[in-house]
Design a protein around this ligand. Structure first.
Ligand SMILES: [Zn+2]
Length: 262
């Protein structure tokens, strides 16, 4: 297995709210990857005593453990269990019914000798490369389909469209959201490698239009995961004044890139 991973905070004064993990079960058969992007609550008002990294570490840790220890569970079942267990760990101290209770986007992939299972919830991305080089983007595009006019400045922080019918869904305190995730399975022989990215890194394609998903995959494979984040940082800095591409988005976002050749 070949792995490359970078996770970089968008602001040195703030903790990184992305989470990334790779696991190889002791059997040596298969493995799993988990990437989360914690949603930053505006004004810190979320009804929770815990910082976003606390939430992401717990949810991500449980997803990682269950992905390799519970082969009998499907990925939506694993997400559901992990959300429930995370909620239980602060249900007595925090208001989990708050609309901005800590939450995260999710990318989960698990491979065995025969298959690659995947689950994507909200706007982090999973790219799968076939042995012939063809790249398939496995995306939950609900957020992109919401009319721009109905979104606040920082779309994902907009509680009016989050975890509601017609809006988009993140992993928060309600385990039933697992049924909303984009999921599927590919034959193991159809996947040569995978790239998972949070939206701080997918900006290369989605905001700065440097190329399509295949171009992005090729960039990561050839130049490396760290080079992609460096390139995004340079593009952000160049657009800081004009904001032609950045618009009203924050200049730098936490950015995570995981490349794995199972
Ligand atoms: Zn809490």
């Amino acid at each position: 297995m070949r792995i490359e991973l970078i996770s970089a905070s968008g602001d040195p004064a703030r903790p990184n709210e992305d989470f990334a993990a790779l696991a190889v079960p002791a059997s040596g058969q298969g493995g799993a990857l988990v990437v989360l992007d914690g949603v930053t609550p505006p004004r810190g008002d979320d009804g929770c005593l815990h910082p976003v990294p606390w939430f992401c570490a717990r949810l991500g840790g449980k997803l990682t453990e269950l992905s390799v220890s519970r082969q009998d569970l499907t990925l939506p079942e694993i997400l559901s269990h992990a959300i429930l267990r995370t909620a239980e760990s602060h249900a007595t101290t925090c208001d989990l019914s708050h609309p901005r209770t800590p939450q995260a986007t999710v990318v989960l992939a698990r491979w065995s000798e025969s298959a690659v299972e995947y689950l994507v919830l909200s706007d982090s991305a999973l790219l799968a490369e076939a042995p012939d080089g063809a790249v398939t983007a496995l995306l939950d595009d609900r957020l992109a389909r919401i009319p721009r006019a109905s979104l606040a400045t920082d779309a994902i922080a907009d509680a009016t469209v989050r975890n509601k019918e017609g809006g988009f869904f993140t992993a928060a305190a309600d385990p039933s959201v697992a049924a909303r995730a984009v999921t599927g399975e590919l034959p193991r022989a159809a996947v040569r490698s995978l790239v998972a990215l949070t939206d701080g890194a997918t900006r290369w394609t989605e905001k700065f239009r440097q190329g399509d998903w295949t171009d992005l995959f090729t960039f990561v494979r050839k130049e490396g995961a760290a080079a992609l984040v460096e390139r995004v940082r340079a593009l952000e800095s160049a657009d800081r004044e004009e904001r032609t591409r950045l618009g009203r988005s924050k200049t730098h976002d936490d950015a995570t890139v995981v490349y794995v050749q199972p």
